[in-house]
Design a protein around this ligand. Structure first.
Ligand SMILES: [Zn+2]
Length: 327
């Protein structure tokens, strides 16, 4: 993961999330031993049949804080192995995550702590409560949020009862719930089986995906563009799913580094391509409006997995296609 400041860059005007995929899917060329490679990458570790999970778990712990929630920990070893090593198509992985196990309980979490198949994800129990709540609980949540916003208004010296502000607590509460709606989404529903065995093995890129996220340190937005590239291992994912995965992770409290990594890891896990490269450039309001007040700076983060990690040439091809290293 690389991050660096990149001061003189054009602050992008909104461009509708355009998708450009290079190449067409025609070639037939079977070689899906990629999972073996990842197995080699991940080192020894605790449990759970999938060596793939280990790789990601290892990676996570090396680049981020340890899990804050028990549900982010790797699952205990399954009673019976569900996945066979030989057929590692992504569909089976997705299906396995949804299928009840022998013991009758539904496995809702992926083997790795990186993505959640049930939408409840990280980082706390609150996300599960939020998803499961009924109408009355929803009302209560909204009321509490409104109270909090009212307090904020009072604390900044405003009169929350003046006309212009009367409905502000409710508006803000609802807006905040929207900004964080990604907590209630999950990768499995988003992908919804749109993984196709096309025998395609050339780089696929969706670039300039508009991203709006919330800085978890200041609760103000950071916005920018994400570029996602991957090299399939025969299977391709429906091209519109990539922006949707980005959106799901962006609509949570984030830091840009983690957002970038989570998107890359999710694609790696759901699709099992040869490699994934995600680059995000964005402008942070917490930096632009306060603090150092560098209005033209943009922050670039990058996450490379698989063959992108190993091959500089592949990385450079991606970077030149998305136009990052032209500047
Ligand atoms: Zn911030």
């Amino acid at each position: 993961m690389v991050q660096f400041e990149h001061p003189p860059t054009d602050s992008e005007g909104p461009a509708g999330s355009s998708a450009s995929a290079n190449g067409d899917s025609t070639k037939k060329d079977r070689k899906s031993k990629h999972s073996k490679k990842r197995a080699a990458e991940g080192s020894k570790s605790l449990n759970n049949g999938s060596s793939h999970g280990h790789a990601l778990a290892e990676r996570r712990s090396s680049v981020s804080k340890p899990a804050r929630d028990f549900r982010d920990m790797p699952e205990p070893p399954p009673k019976k192995k569900k996945k066979t090593k030989s057929s590692s198509s992504s569909q089976t992985a997705v299906a396995a995550a949804a299928t009840p196990t022998e013991t009758g309980e539904v496995s809702t979490r992926s083997p790795s702590p990186v993505i959640d198949f049930d939408g409840l994800s990280r980082p706390s129990l609150g996300t599960r409560e939020r998803l499961d709540e009924n109408a009355q609980q929803k009302e209560e949540r909204l009321a509490r949020m409104k109270g909090a916003v009212r307090t904020l208004l009072e604390c900044v010296g405003e009169d929350p009862d003046r006309e212009g502000l009367l409905a502000t607590p409710e508006r803000y509460a609802k807006a905040m719930l929207f900004f964080t709606k990604g907590y209630q989404e999950n990768v499995r529903d988003i992908v919804n089986g749109a993984i196709f065995q096309e025998g395609h093995n050339e780089m696929v890129i969706v670039k300039d995906i508009e991203v709006f996220s919330m800085c978890e340190h200041h609760l103000v937005p950071f916005t920018g563009k994400m570029h996602i590239g991957y090299i399939p291992s025969n299977a391709v994912i429906g091209i519109s799913k990539l922006p949707r995965i980005a959106e799901m992770f962006a609509r949570r409290l984030q830091i840009q580094e983690r957002l970038t990594r989570e998107v890359a890891n999710a694609i790696m896990e759901i699709l099992k391509p040869q490699g994934v490269h995600v680059v995000m450039e964005s402008s942070h309001l917490c930096m632009v409006m306060r603090g150092v007040e560098k209005t033209s700076s943009s922050t670039i983060t990058s996450c490379v997995l698989g063959c992108f990690e190993r091959k500089e040439k592949t990385r450079n091809e991606f970077l030149s296609l998305i136009g990052v290293n032209r500047r």
